[in-house]
Design a protein around this ligand. Structure first.
Ligand SMILES: *Cc1c(COP(=O)(O)O)cnc(C)c1O
Length: 378
């Protein structure tokens, strides 16, 4: 069986966990967590990186930092994971769902402005499959209307947009290290604070609403309850695991990008013959991180048939999001702006192929051949 995903271990995870254990500091913000923070700050060029339990937790922190009042609106795609919306709903805000682009399933930047009302406070850019949203346009709209921009870069670590790292362009960025992502710690995430105005408050929210971080740095002589917050910082064991992964980040991304390009090469003919669509090619100056390779089939039925065909050949391919606006909870707490035709249409037809670091060349070829055989090609 070729699974859809297989977590990749780089080799030093257990050694670093043992070092953390031997060091006797197991709570958050120890040596390894600080090494991770420094890695993100140096490599990505963000003002401040803070490890969290998950991208979900980072999104919740971002939503608190947006200082929303009940009824405030946040513009986002419907084609995303539930956490993108939940984080804002938990603050009493209303997700306003906008349609996506047919070429990369990212929010359609040309539809954002029409969805803005006097209650709009923020835009969430979700970089689907690690491919960048049109950030220049999104930042320009946000600036003109005085809105905040949060990047849900859960899938997008080390992807770039016009030379800039994804997650560092908006006011805040959220990363995930869930085991299905490129760089992992089982569960895990990070908040990237790109705008210095939010840095101090982000630390406080992450430390249960206390100024404990300042206390540890000797900036205050006791710590107290100064704001709302929660426990968003992970144990040092997670930081140790993650740092072992970060040391191999470039190699992991390079391998995944290679697998992506092999699939594209092997399946290109099927697109030319009109059987299905492949993910859009990279734009000049921007690069993906090989997070995902998908096919857009002709119909929902064709997708179900291909899924079954691949399964019979020992290959697990999976579809993705059920659009949030079509769920009961999405209808209760959010609203769709305009028609979401592209979202409805493409979400039914998208199928993701196995893509993970340890996927072997013979397996890539096997998957590609199985897809060819489905279409009666070679
Ligand atoms: C994976 C993912 C999340 C959630 O990440 P967790 O770390 O599991 O909380 C949020 N948004 C998007 C777009 C994701 O792909």
């Amino acid at each position: 069986m070729i699974p859809f995903n297989k977590p990749h271990m780089t080799g030093k995870e257990l050694q670093y966990i043992a070092e953390a254990h031997a060091g006797g500091h197991l709570a958050g913000d120890g040596k390894f967590t600080k090494k991770c923070h420094a890695w993100f700050e140096e490599r990505l060029g963000t003002r401040k990186a803070l490890l969290t339990h998950s991208c979900t937790a980072a999104l919740e922190m971002a939503a608190i930092l947006c200082d929303l009042a009940p009824g405030d609106e946040v513009i986002m795609p419907s084609y995303t994971f539930v956490s993108t919306a939940n984080a804002f709903v938990l603050r009493g805000a209303v997700p306003v769902f906008v349609d996506i682009r047919a070429d990369n399933l990212n929010i359609d930047e040309n539809l954002i402005e029409a969805a803005i009302t006097e209650r709009t406070r923020a835009i969430v850019a979700v970089h689907y499959a690690g491919i960048a949203c049109e950030m220049d346009k999104i930042m320009e709209i946000a600036q003109r209307h005085g809105l905040l921009v949060i990047e849900d870069a859960a899938q997008a670590l080390l992807s770039t947009y016009k030379g800039k790292q994804l997650g560092t362009i908006g006011h805040m960025g959220c990363l995930s290290f869930h085991e299905t992502k490129n760089i992992i710690s089982g569960e895990g995430g990070a908040l990237l604070v790109n705008d210095a105005r939010f840095a101090e408050r982000a630390e406080i929210i992450r430390e249960k609403g206390t100024n404990r971080s300042q206390f540890f740095r000797g900036q205050v002589d006791k710590y107290t309850w100064v704001d709302i917050g929660s426990s968003y910082l992970p144990s040092e064991l997670i930081g140790a695991f993650l740092f072992a992964q970060l040391e191999h980040a470039d190699e992991i991304i390079a391998r995944r990008r290679y697998i992506f390009s092999r699939y594209a090469e092997l399946l290109e003919k099927l697109e030319e013959k009109g059987h299905c669509h492949l993910p859009a090619r990279e734009k000049e100056g921007s690069s993906g991180n090989g997070h995902m390779f998908y096919l857009i089939m002709e119909s929902l039925e064709a997708r179900s048939n291909l899924t079954r065909h691949l399964k019979e050949m020992g290959i697990l391919a999976v579809f993705h999001y059920v659009p949030l606006h079509s769920s009961a909870t999405g209808k209760k707490y959010g609203r769709a702006h305009g028609s979401l035709d592209v979202t409805d249409n493409l979400s039914d037809r998208l199928l993701r192929l196995p893509l993970y670091y340890d996927l072997q060349e013979e397996e890539i070829v096997k998957v590609a051949q199985a897809v060819h055989s489905f279409f009666g090609e070679g």
